[in-house]
Design a protein around this ligand. Sequence first.
Ligand SMILES: [Zn+2]
Length: 260
Amino acid sequence: MQKFLSFFRLSSRFSFNCKASRFIIGTKTSVSSLIDDFISLLFPRMCAACGKSLLKQEEIICISCEFHLPRTNFHLSLENPMFKLFWGKVILESAASYLYFHKGNKVQQLIHQLKYQGRKDIGIKLGQQYGYDLKVSPFFQTIQLIIPIPLYAKRLKKRGYNQSEQFAIGLGEIMKIPVDPNSICRIKETETQTNKSRFKRWQNVAEVFEVKDGVSLEMKHILLVDDVITTGATLESCILALHTIRGIRISVATIAVAFL
Ligand SMILES: [Zn+2]
């Protein structure tokens, strides 16, 4: 249906483009906007956070929800709570997370749709928004490559995409930094971390990641990206694997933080 609608939109525009007169151009705009109005009447676009209809100029999240998103502003200070979570465990250049994740809040709804309802666009949108913040943060100025935490192959096949990669794509687009989804891979499926003791969590994520192409990462400052940080154990395990690479510097960024 979506394909049919886009074809309909395109063909109506094309037929008017063939005639070059101010009158026709004016008509084209009004007809095309009429078609858009008609389509949005039949298939209203909803805000992914509150479910209300989106206005014409709004995309994915309405202006009100966007304004009220619970931002952490961690990117404004180096020694923020997320950076401190890794103290004494792994060496990091900087760490930041875009939003606070709480049970039942709008961030949880957004992440749920991104992970389980095929809404890749939410990940890209949040990445773009956070990209503007990180671009001006003094702590993320030397990043050369963005690497999303990989999914286990079986899970990737089932979901069809990696949600962290979508966030990375949005970040990369705004920060003008390439995204590398291939240099590391996840060689072990991990169980959920939430109800495990610290030692069990560590056992669970030990040797989960493998570096496939270490040479291309040598002497680089990379931004490792994940969806939600809870205990930090998964990121920690991936950082340890990456620290085997010569001269590498690592920073991390996540969509949301759930430990506060
Ligand atoms: Zn909304």
